[in-house]
Design a protein around this ligand. Structure first.
Ligand code: PEP
Length: 252
């Protein structure tokens, strides 16, 4: 079975003390994380080391929320995949809709970020997903397909296998409005078919496709039960230890 993944995206939240408190609480919850399951926590950059140290005896790993599109050099404020890898962090969110919208990251910049990640043994958690107007126009399949083809389809099959895809309809992020499990399954099956058409079905069956958009303890079981939904990328609910533990325990 491909990896079933619960990934927390803390975004720009929590002081260091609050972050420690949240992890302490999470580790006190009854968690069952099986060998085919993976839990990731995307912390703000300064917390990657202390939180990773805190998680050292657990099966939970830290993840970066972003990486630079370039290798190194005069890019004040940026953090490269090489730096992330040197911290022994091997996952990074790339192309979150907030990065696309607020920081104007386009397909070609995201392709460079994916290249940097893969060149430094960092698994991209590559986000895609349509805004409300596209969903209302019914053109979400081609919109998401373009996001995948423009930023991932220059890869070879082995590189594609290192990627995790997160489908996050923008209209469902932080809005409390979740895609129905049917809508999620429909898009995830489409994404898998698009990957299969380019890289072959063996690759498509290997790639975990996460759903993101107001995942909560109360909807995770139904969403994750769908055959092409391999877990979730979780924003708001990951800031609550009890909620996030229940989401972890809802993984297939
Ligand atoms: C996210 O930011 O990736 C996300 C899915 O947020 P939320 O769970 O709060 O909708």
């Amino acid at each position: 079975m491909r990896k079933q993944i619960a990934a927390a995206n803390w975004k720009m939240n929590l002081t260091l003390a609050e972050a420690h408190e949240l992890i302490d609480l999470l580790l006190q919850q009854p968690l069952s994380i099986e060998a085919h399951q993976q839990v990731l926590i995307a912390t703000p950059f300064p917390y990657l080391i202390p939180i990773q140290q805190k998680l050292a005896n657990s099966q939970i790993k830290c993840c970066a929320q972003n990486i630079a599109s370039t290798q190194n050099g005069a890019f004040t404020g940026e953090t490269s995949a090489e730096i992330v890898n040197s911290l022994h962090i091997n996952y990074a969110i790339i192309g979150h809709s907030e990065r696309r919208e607020l920081f104007h990251e386009d397909h070609s910049v995201l392709a460079l970020k994916v290249n940097q990640a893969l060149a430094h043994s960092v698994h991209p958690v590559f986000c895609c997903g349509e805004p409300l107007a596209i969903r209302e126009a019914g053109t979400q399949n081609s919109y998401v397909e373009t996001q995948l083809t423009e930023s991932l389809f220059h890869l070879d099959a082995e590189q594609m296998k290192q990627c995790i895809v997160a489908y996050e309809p923008i209209w469902a992020i932080g809005t409390g409005k979740t895609a129905s499990s049917e809508q999620a399954q429909e898009m995830h099956a489409h994404i898998r078919a698009v990957i299969a058409a380019k890289f072959g079905s063996e690759v498509a069956e290997t790639v975990s496709i996460l759903y993101g958009g107001s995942v909560k303890a109360s909807n995770a079981i139904e969403l994750f039960a769908k055959p092409d939904v391999d877990g979730g990328l979780v924003g708001g609910a990951s800031l609550n230890a009890v909620e996030f533990a229940a989401i972890i325990n809802a993984l297939k």
